[in-house]
Design a binder for this molecule. Structure first.
Ligand code: PDD
Length: 280
């Protein structure tokens, strides 16, 4: 495998950044994940726009033009012979002797990796439906920025794994679901309305989420962009999560309790189908 590190392509096994990199010491950096279908990047523009926003919000200089970055992503995919999978990009505030305040005139660090994903495995899980758990959301107040500061997300995902679940839905102090540890969360409520939390409210504006909102509208599915509680999720007709890495994944149980009949519902199944059609 090959990784891109600050201007060069290196064997993945030995690719490193410096011990004083601010990504390593302060989680002072941002990232993006694109899915790759048949060697093509899904929604390059959408992720690029969000990357630029994340960098601007944190005042990290934009390291290169969108065109240059696209070339690097494509070259990384090519060198790794990825047909279907993901490409990961991380930009940090660079390498400088440890000091909390920003360094002066330090170029950002840029790394890119990619890996193949077995689409058949995801299809099999989506057909069966995945398990979900819930945990308090203990993150900071700027979850709209896609930073590499993911420790609460790591703890949430680990809690899910230890309970044999696929994803952990994080819950605010009002009992409302914010999002999954690495996904946006959705329900089809008791009235048949598609619900997902609005993005004013301290969650990541998922690129897949935006795509699904459009597709749902085109499918004539009634939408209600507003938070839902854990109780509403447990009583819902359907629960599912979305992300570049999992597309649309039906959640058929929550904290051990079955959602509806415990099988993937028609809305999630249809949205997964049309999402995959348009992404390809
Ligand atoms: N995660 N919410 C969180 C907290 C996320 O980390 C992600 C993506 C999403 C979905 O965003 P998108 O649809 O743009 O992928 C929502 C990526 C895939 C990850 O951390 O690997």
């Amino acid at each position: 495998r090959i990784a891109y590190v600050n201007g060069t392509y290196q064997p993945h096994s030995g690719a490193t950044v410096h011990i004083e990199d601010r990504g390593f010491q302060f989680a002072d950096g941002v990232y993006e994940v694109w899915s790759v279908f048949d060697g093509k990047l899904a929604d390059f523009e959408g992720h690029m726009t969000r990357l630029a926003r994340s960098l601007t919000e944190l005042r990290i200089p934009i390291p290169m033009t969108a065109q240059a970055l696209e070339r690097v992503l494509k070259e990384t995919i090519r060198r790794n012979r990825v047909r279907n999978g993901i490409v990961y990009l991380q930009v940090t505030r660079g390498t400088s002797p440890r000091d909390h305040a920003f360094p002066q005139d330090t170029p950002p660090s840029v790394i890119v990796t990619s890996k193949t994903i077995d689409l058949a495995k995801g299809e099999a899980l989506a057909a069966k439906g995945a398990a979900g758990v819930t945990m308090p959301d203990i993150r900071w107040g700027r979850c709209d920025i896609k930073t590499v500061g993911l420790l609460p997300n790591v703890l949430a995902k680990q809690a899910a794994r230890e309970k044999g679940a696929y994803e952990c839905l994080m819950v605010d102090e009002m009992g409302l679901v914010t999002e999954g540890s690495s996904t946006n969360a959705w329900i089809v409520d008791e009235d048949g309305k598609l619900r997902t939390r609005d993005t004013q409210a301290n969650i990541l504006r998922g690129i897949t989420r935006t795509a699904i909102l459009k597709l749902a509208e085109a499918e004539g599915i009634e939408l209600d962009e507003r938070p839902f509680s854990v109780d509403e999720a447990k009583r819902a007709r359907e629960v599912f999560v979305t992300a570049a890495s999992s597309f649309v994944m039906p959640i058929v149980s929550l904290d051990g309790a079955k959602i509806a009949d415990g099988k993937p519902g028609p809305v999630a199944t249809r949205l997964r189908e049309v999402y995959l059609e348009q992404a390809r």
